[in-house]
Write a protein that binds this ligand. Sequence first.
Ligand code: ADP
Length: 435
Amino acid sequence: MQDLRWRVLWLLMGCLLVCLLLWPLVGLRVTLDLFALAVTGYLIGHFYWLDKLARWLKKPILADIPAGSGVWEEIFAALYQEMRRQRSSQTQLTDALERFQRAAGALPDGVVLLNNSDQIEWCNATAELQFGLDLAQDAGQPIGYLVRRIEFRDYLQAHEYGEPIKLKSARQADVTLEIQLVPFGDNQKLLLSRDITPLENIEIMRRDFIANVSHELRTPLTVVGGFLETLEDMDSEMPDATRHYFHLMQEQTGRMRRLVEDLLTLSRLESSQTVPQEVDIDVPALLRIVLTEAQSFSSGRHQLFLEVDESLHLSGATDELHSAFGNLVTNAIRYTPDGGEIRLTWQLRGQDAQFSVTDSGIGIEAQHLSRLTERFYRVDSSRSRATGGTGLGLSIVKHILTRHHGRLEVTSEYGHGSVFSAVFPAARVVRAVMP
Ligand code: ADP
């Protein structure tokens, strides 16, 4: 356009020069008339092409673009090039979008595109089937109106999408879906759903198998244990060596019984995600019972302290929390050499409630901390067995806390002791009215 400006300037200067040359020959008046005539002709030319442009813009078909003349030829040529460029990038974009939609449509997983108000923008055929959606009708609808499951609503509103959730399909009741929200762009989300029914069935089979085996083993073990106890107690002339063997057999039977009981507890906890019955738990009173049990287990080998916030109660299942707290305290005793100190505290931590067990025991090296709640994970197997451990205690604790929407936090210094904390969200805290 710089070029265009120069050309207009040169044209005007050329006109002026012609007028200056004509002035002495034909006089001022005729020169001015000729100048006015030339400018009028020039303007009429521009108005003509402007009109052509305005008409063409009303229906901008590329093939019908006017040819133009002079500067207008260049303008129309530039317009033509720009439109061709736009057309081609638009075609490329449409092709890319179509390819993406075809690829997403062919995915075996469901994909739903949500805008920043959680309304459906687009979804593939798998998602339509899994959630019972119809894109033609449901586009623009909030996903919460269409997927009316309480777990899904909570997940959507929690804004914590790190972990997927499991959900039963809306259309097929026997289908289990794994659902994950992935935020992107300007508060938009991608909802991904996967049919995990086969995996879920294998998991149920595994759980049932362990539960059945444990159940079947329970009775024979109880019988064998009972007989061994009777034999050991018999006041007969049993040689000391035999009595010792009976004692060892009874110890091992006891270990197997504890293992079976822990396996049964775990499969019971695994088979339901939520606490079956919730009550207002007087945690300080529960902890006094746990302390008495711990004192009996320690038999005076450790110093035990209890500090509680008396008004701090919790909503949950008493027997489950008794088991979780008991496990943490028993572990502290088992992994703390004689003469050590164990402190139990129950207090608020910000809005949350926290039960902590601090021991001055053997501690745990940092690399083990993240794996402690795995089944049968032991830092030192021989110490675990020697102190009556099954390797399932922390796994049970983790399950119980998860069912109460809580979490287990562990800090430890190798050789100096550990702190195991059960943290419960504010929603579980109940403030008791003190007399
Ligand atoms: P176990 O029956 O072996 O104690 P747990 O699941 O209760 O199984 O604990 C897993 C492992 O975590 C234990 O084997 C032990 O190595 C470690 N551990 C648990 N509590 C403590 C503690 N208070 N101090 C040191 N190590 C601990």
